[in-house]
Ligand binder design. Structure first.
Ligand SMILES: C[S@@+](CC[C@H](N)C(=O)[O-])C[C@H]1O[C@@H](n2cnc3c(N)ncnc32)[C@H](O)[C@@H]1O
Length: 350
């Protein structure tokens, strides 16, 4: 009970409290989506739109539970109710069906651990990776820094990053400007999804993914799935400690700078500059934080995830400064897909 005396006279609030309600109840959004994915709700409704009762019986939910879940998922925009039947929205059909190439299920399941206020407080106070949810993130950053990742962890993390990145990769292929780039090195390229997307768009470009050895094996499998074996080379290396290959006129990073601190990012920018020929180009694909550091909401919240690693979402100005410090010129920023933008710059021509 608040012991402070109430102001007198008592004035009505100057604004209503919807914002607080929305934030308070947002705690159910992600678990509801994750459960729906786990129980196969989206594939159930893909076979045939269904009523609350049909969903309850078909997926072994209580009738009240089915009503509440379908209501929340509809309000979130994942389902559409028509004459008592629940259908998939375009977003659910595109991103939540396992047979879709853009299925996000693997990233939902890997992030399925609680972030309590106590956990978050620890991250904020320590400003570094702290074990949580079974220590997964702590283990991850140590594997990445040492360059040693088990095949099991590589498979789990790579399927999650693939799920997260493949739609954005298609956006990069459609909207990125890769003119005059013939040989592209994708540093820490995960599944190779950006090279896969770009290879379908640029038949004469050559691609290489530089990754940890256990991930390189997976890149070959992903490339083969899309009939691109031979078009996408793999280079097994620790990007922090091993030599980088030469012979590339473009160096590409997607969701890499946000994992690391400024000194580590500077190292990556410097190595790129060193291996590129004059006129060569560097590309950084990220969800950018506003230069004023006050949004957008997704970039600000994505930074919370990066607190578990070493980085944060950078602003366009911060990335431009990093590139200019090592010698790049002509920085441009171009929106590519959803919340993502491509920051690019050139090594000066001699
Ligand atoms: C956030 S994921 C991004 C993957 C991919 N670029 C994408 O956007 O889908 C980070 C990637 O960096 C790779 N990585 C981490 N540390 C590395 C290192 N020391 N050397 C090479 N690759 C590394 C990981 O294996 C992982 O695939």
């Amino acid at each position: 009970m608040n012991e402070r005396p109430f102001p007198s006279p008592l004035l009505a609030p100057t604004c209503d409290d919807r914002l607080i309600w929305e934030i308070w109840l947002s705690r159910y959004h992600l678990p509801a989506l994750t459960v729906a994915d786990q129980i196969g709700l989206f594939s159930f409704l893909a076979q045939s739109p269904a009523t609350i009762e049909e969903v309850a019986v078909g997926l072994s939910l209580g009738p009240r539970g089915a009503e509440v879940l379908l209501g929340l998922l509809s309000a979130l925009g994942l389902l559409v109710q028509r004459q008592g039947h629940f259908h998939l929205s375009d977003e659910a059909r595109t991103y939540l069906l396992a047979e879709s190439p853009y299925y996000h299920g693997d990233i939902l399941q890997i992030l399925n651990y609680p972030v309590t206020a106590a956990t978050l407080r620890e991250w904020l106070e320590n400003d570094r990776a702290i074990a949580c949810g079974g220590g997964e993130e702590d283990v991850l950053i140590r594997a990445w820094e040492s360059g040693e990742m088990s095949p099991e962890m590589a498979a789990k993390v790579t399927s999650a990053t693939h799920a997260h990145s493949f739609p954005a990769a298609m956006g990069v292929a459609r909207n990125g400007d890769f003119s005059n780039v013939h040989r592209l090195l994708d540093v820490a390229g995960g599944s190779g999804c950006f090279c896969i997307a770009l290879a379908t768009r640029h038949p004469n470009m050559h691609f290489a993914v530089m990754e940890l050895p256990t991930v390189c094996k997976l890149v070959e499998q992903y490339a083969a799935t899309y009939g691109l074996q031979g078009r996408i080379e793999t280079i097994a290396a620790n990007m922090f400690t091993d030599p980088w290959p030469s012979g590339y006129d473009g160096v590409f990073f997607a969701d890499i700078f946000h994992d690391w601190n400024r000194a580590q990012c500077l190292h990556l920018a410097k190595r790129s500059f060193e291996i590129l020929p004059p006129g060569g180009r560097v590309f950084i694909h990220e969800v950018l934080l506003n230069d004023t550091k006050d949004g957008p909401l997704v970039a600000a919240a994505f930074s919370m995830t990066m607190l578990q690693l070493k980085g944060k979402q950078y602003t366009a100005r911060e990335l431009a400064e990093l590139l200019q410090v090592v010698g790049f010129i002509g920085v441009t920023v171009r929106p590519t897909y959803a919340y993502y933008s491509l920051v690019s710059a050139s090594k000066p021509a001699e």
